[in-house]
Design a protein around this ligand. Structure first.
Ligand code: ADP
Ligand code: 5GP
Length: 210
């Protein structure tokens, strides 16, 4: 049973470009919320800061951390390795901080299967449309069409994982999406009523994949 004095684990996953990193940053401005900073072997983007957005490390260092069993979860995504180190997460949760994870479905599955003694809430973020997703990916990745096209190809596979999450939220207007997530977290923590329409989500997924 999770203890009330402990923090809550909140996972946000999505197909690349749907906006989960932006949303995780917004949520981290709330009182008592902190981001779990991942390790990755990916190269930093121009706007990213080392040790804040990611711990950027090489493959040898990543393998060493795997061997030392320092990861709570890790996975290969788009040919790069990504992982969450266990100790900082557990320290934060034990101090009562809510921890936000921007991780993919493989990592979410691993954390879910661990059945840790902390409350876990999982969110899957969807784009309003495929056209909007391509637009966001192209803008973020500095008009690099190849990266955007590669990630669009992956979209069809990634979107299928929506079914394994507690809540699926469409990120059309950013502030509306942020409020929906915040309200669902509040309702989960206080056992209040949840404003959530699964049928709407099912229809939206059908539209995105047809
Ligand atoms: P992800 O982490 O899911 O890959 P990001 O958070 O990096 O996605 O968002 C991808 C791009 O889309 C970023 O440039 C971000 O600023 C932009 N973005 C995120 N949410 C919205 C939104 N609701 N409307 C317009 N642009 C958005
Ligand atoms: P990006 O390279 O765009 O920052 O992230 C690519 C994907 O890797 C995203 O789906 C992101 O959520 C995921 N990711 C980032 N950090 C981790 C992590 O520590 N573990 C896992 N499993 N996925 C991660």
């Amino acid at each position: 049973m999770p203890l009330e004095k402990h923090g809550v684990m909140i996972i946000l996953s999505s197909p690349s470009g749907a906006g989960k990193t932006t949303l995780v940053k917004m949520l981290s401005s709330l009182d008592n919320f902190e981001i779990s900073v991942s390790h990755t072997t990916r190269q930093p983007r121009p706007n990213e800061t080392s040790n804040k957005d990611y711990f950027f490390i090489d493959e040898n260092e990543f393998e060493r951390l795997i061997k030392n069993e320092e990861f709570l979860e890790y996975a290969k995504v788009f040919n790069n390795l990504y992982g969450t180190s266990r100790t900082p997460v557990i320290d934060k949760l034990d101090k009562g901080k809510n921890v936000l994870f921007d991780i993919d479905w493989q990592g979410a599955d691993q954390i879910k299967n661990k059945k840790l003694d902390y409350k876990l809430i999982t969110f899957f973020i969807l784009p309003p449309s495929k056209d909007e997703l391509f637009e966001r990916l192209s803008n973020r990745d500095m008009k690099d069409k190849l990266i955007a096209e590669e990630r669009m190809k992956q979209f069809e596979r990634d979107v299928l994982h929506w079914i394994n999450y507690d809540y699926v939220v469409v990120n059309d207007n950013l502030d509306t999406c942020f409020s929906k997530i915040k309200n669902l977290i509040d309702a989960e923590v206080s056992n209040g009523s949840k404003d959530y329409d699964l049928e709407f989500i099912r229809n939206h997924v059908n539209k995105l994949t047809s």
